[in-house]
Design a protein around this ligand. Structure first.
Ligand SMILES: [Zn+2]
Length: 187
C-alpha cells in the first residue's frame, strides 16, 4: 500500500484566505503621478545634476553652505559639455557668425543656455526649502558673470545681442501715382 501521494500540491483551498495579502493599505490614494511639463522635468534634472556636483566636490559641499562661488564653478564646469564654438581672440574667425572652416577654439555652453539654467535652478532652490535671501543663484555675481559671458560670446561669434529695431523704410507707401490719368490725357 502506498500511503504517501504527492499529487495534491495545494492542500489549502479557498476556505482559508491568507491575511497577509490584504494587509497593505495604500498611503496615498491618489498615487497617479501627473506628467511633468518639459520645464518642470528639466528643472528637476538640473537640480539633481547640481546636487550631484556638490556631493562630488572634495570635500562635498552641503547645500546649506552653497554660495555663489560654487554656482560659478558649476557653470565653468559645465563648459566642457558645451556645444557652442566660441572663438579666441587669436582665431581668424573671431567675430564671424558663420565660419567657413573648422578651428581649434573651445566649445562652451551658450550664454542663453546658462541663463535659462540659472533661472530654473534659482526656482528649484526655493522649492527645495531654500530662502530667497540665501539663494546663491539670485546673487549679483551670477548676473555679472552671465553678462560677461554674453558679451564675450557676442563679440567672438559676431552676433549682436541688441534688440532689433523694426525698419520703417520698407513700409513706405507709394502715394500719388497717377500714371493712368496722365497717359489717358496724351491723346
Ligand atoms: Zn576659432
Amino acid at each position: 500500500m502506498s500511503s504517501g501521494e504527492n499529487s495534491r500540491v495545494n492542500p489549502v483551498e479557498g476556505s482559508s484566505r491568507s491575511p497577509i495579502v490584504d494587509h497593505q493599505v495604500p498611503a496615498h490614494p491618489q498615487a497617479v503621478v501627473a506628467p511633468l511639463s518639459r520645464y518642470e522635468s528639466q528643472k528637476r534634472r538640473d537640480w539633481n545634476t547640481f546636487g550631484q556636483y556638490l556631493r562630488n566636490r572634495k570635500p562635498p559641499i552641503p547645500l546649506s553652505q552653497c554660495n555663489c562661488n560654487h554656482v560659478l564653478d558649476f557653470l565653468r564646469y559645465l563648459d566642457q559639455f558645451g556645444k557652442t564654438k566660441v572663438h579666441l581672440h587669436g582665431c581668424v574667425f573671431f567675430g564671424q557668425p558663420d565660419p567657413p572652416a573648422p578651428c581649434t577654439c573651445p566649445l562652451r555652453q551658450a550664454w542663453g543656455s546658462l541663463d535659462a539654467l540659472i533661472g530654473r535652478l534659482r526656482a528649484a532652490y526655493e522649492e527645495n526649502g531654500g530662502t530667497p535671501e540665501t539663494n546663491p543663484f539670485g546673487n549679483g555675481a551670477i548676473r555679472v558673470y552671465l553678462r560677461e559671458v554674453r558679451e564675450c560670446q557676442a563679440k567672438a561669434r559676431g552676433i549682436p545681442y541688441k534688440k532689433k529695431k523694426k525698419k520703417k523704410s520698407q513700409l513706405k507707401t507709394i502715394s500719388g501715382s497717377t500714371r493712368q490719368d496722365s497717359r489717358q490725357s496724351a491723346s
